[in-house]
Ligand binder design. Structure first.
Ligand SMILES: [Zn+2]
Length: 124
């Protein structure tokens, strides 16, 4: 089955009409070798570039949230007003680089137990 048919199925499954923009959005999200992290604004920019037309924030927002509800995307909240989405929906940890504003995946084996000092001598 061609990929685009899968995407149309996927969109129908989450209750969305498979418009050209949404199918393109699926391509951008899922037709790639590696999973990636993005914000809704990132995706609007990326899609507008790829399609050579302005994609509305509302369209992207609705589609992303419909996918998230169905478990096709994972939402990662950085703080109360910043959310990233992840096309990797398996369980994994994240490292957030505050300088580059980049989310980095960490596997279970990449992470050591965090050692927290139980008591600090000289302080009461
Ligand atoms: Zn991730």
């Amino acid at each position: 089955m061609p990929k685009n048919c899968n995407f149309i199925e996927k969109l129908r499954e989450v209750g969305l009409r498979p418009t050209k923009q949404r199918v393109k959005m699926c391509e951008v999200l899922y037709d790639r070798e590696k999973t990636f992290h993005f914000t809704v604004n990132d995706l609007v920019k990326l899609l507008s570039e790829k399609m050579n037309q302005k994609i509305s924030l509302a369209t992207v927002y609705n589609t992303v949230h419909a996918f998230e509800k169905k478990g096709y995307l994972k939402e990662i909240s950085i703080d109360s007003h910043k959310s990233y989405f992840d096309t990797n929906t398996s369980a994994h940890h994240h490292f957030f680089d505050e300088d580059t504003h980049e989310l980095i995946d960490c596997g279970e084996n990449d992470i050591d137990k965090i050692n927290i000092r139980k008591n600090i001598t000289g302080k009461k």
